[in-house]
Design a protein around this ligand. Sequence first.
Ligand code: ZN
Length: 677
Amino acid sequence: MRNRWDDRYARRLSPLEALVYRSRLLGAEPTLGLFGGGNTSSKWEARDVLGQPQSLLWVKGSGADLRTCDARHFAPLQLQGLRRLSQRRSMSDDEMMALLERCLTDLKAPRPSVETLLHAFIPEQAVDHTHADAILALANTPQGQRWIRQALGPDLLWIPYIQPGFALCRRVFEAYQRHPGAHGAVLQHHGLMTWGADGRTSFARTIACVSRAERFLTARRTSPRNRHASAAIPVAARRRTLRAWLPAIRRTISAQRKMHVTLTATPDILAFLSQPRLIAASRRGPATPDHMLRTKRLPLTLSAAQSTGSVIRALQRYTQSHARYFEAYHAPGQQMLDPSPRVMLVPQVGMLTTGKDATEAQMVAEIFRHAIAIMQGAARIEAYTSISARAAFGVEYWPLELYKLSLAPPEAELAREIGLITGAAGGIGRAIAQHLVDHGASVVVADLRARDARQLAEALNRRAGRLRALGVAMDVTRERGIEQVLDQALEIFGGLDFVVSNAGIADVASIDRLPLKTWERSLAVNATGHFLVARAAVRFLRAQGLGGALVFIASKNVLAPGRDFGAYSAAKAAEAQLARVLAIENGEANIRVNVVHPDGVFDGSGLWEAIRAERAKSHRIAPRALEEHYRKRNLLQARVLPEDVAEAVSFFISKRSAKTTGCLLTVDGGLREAFPR
Ligand code: ZN
């Protein structure tokens, strides 16, 4: 690991800026810790509001991420008050956090790290704490102390595992008092601490320790890294397996709240999965307590040869075993957390991870990838070991650790819902996709124009700041293509909850002049296309057993057809009738099917641009007068926008319409001739 400290730059910074700089440098190294793990601090003198000098400890707030933190993620505390606490023999978590809060000098500061007292008791100016992979690989072995001593020398204290909290802070402080010359401490099954007279020194010590541990591990590499790399079943077989499993897996793990499931099938993961010895090691427990918050204590191992029924039984056994673990160790008043696995290992297929959305599921995969690196390293040195089930429970159900998760903002209305939108790159499709993503949904945006679909997905993901959209090419008239889209969606999102069937085309001609080809093409896209997409979706939704919603974008023409629009109106009427039959057939599976009838939605519409001139001719007006013509003919004299259609769609997808199916909703500004009757 390279030391990236730029002293010329760092010397120009204020003490707080320098602390942020150091924290971000540590956070930029993924092998030092991930997603809110680890913490940093500095101490300096400042004047309080009355002008009196006081010693402050600035420490990272609980849950803030070292990689992205800035000044507002750090909390200032009165050091004198904190130091006095080192005299105490024991202290409950609640008391500790209450006292920390009392020592804050800024009431708006974030909640200080649960390891704040560790930082306060060590008198050195700067303290850094990380969960470095290479250190854990050495420390998580039967003779961890010996390997750490060999690799890092005598300047590091060795602290046998103890649960984070006041007792750990005291234990490290006592060890420091016995060896005041120490540069830091290795916390068994937990991580690394370094300290120094300034930030630069403490940082350099972290980098030096990790580099030495990495070299120690590399020197003992016995086999080439990718000896096992090729063990994977063909993609088609993998997709068949996932298609059979995922509906059942998602239903089983979504008992409390809907989850996403993401597949990671990269060469490094597949290589790990081809080594039964390492998979067995992963069932010993977490690499550091910090990982467990996201990955849970143990992964579930499945085999590609298993039937769907036996996968469900394996999930049930996992859940029951978590319930027994909870029964054995919980304190009165504690509630059992979601007992489902977060990590499922499937040799020859890949790793399935779960989360509230694909970003969180990928985060779990990323953390487990580091756990794998630690297990591999430990196995190379000696053997991987972890903490006991009791100790793991202590952290997994530790309220102070769970607090980090509570910092997530409240979930949006459509959070955890996964949908497919066809014809998504057009005006209406785009507005629907944007609206649904803004309200928390994850969407597959499908369009005949692959590039437009991908660009739309990228824009949606940038806007949401998370992986919420997948852009794919899809022709709604091709059965195979629809199945492939479903397969791709499953590997990222793990399920499906709704479909917005929106793709459509329009042609203008009176029936006496309508070529058969045009008629057939309109039926293929505007009727059969909806049938094929709906059939694939309904089959999946029924297998998944979590209900669902289908929304069909039809047209005012279904209720009040116009001249020269025969091919379009007849096919759209078939679509609307298809929706009603779907509603009748799938009500018992709690799949709701509803129809939206828009009229004259021009903005961003490719459909309208294609037929504008001919449509204007049918109405006997100039092409540029078409918008005004449509606006004036409705009761509200309103221009109907794509966003208005999106609003209706989101109502039909959300629980707000939970008791409604087989319904149609007009979004047309009010047209007497198109009143539903
Ligand atoms: Zn830690």
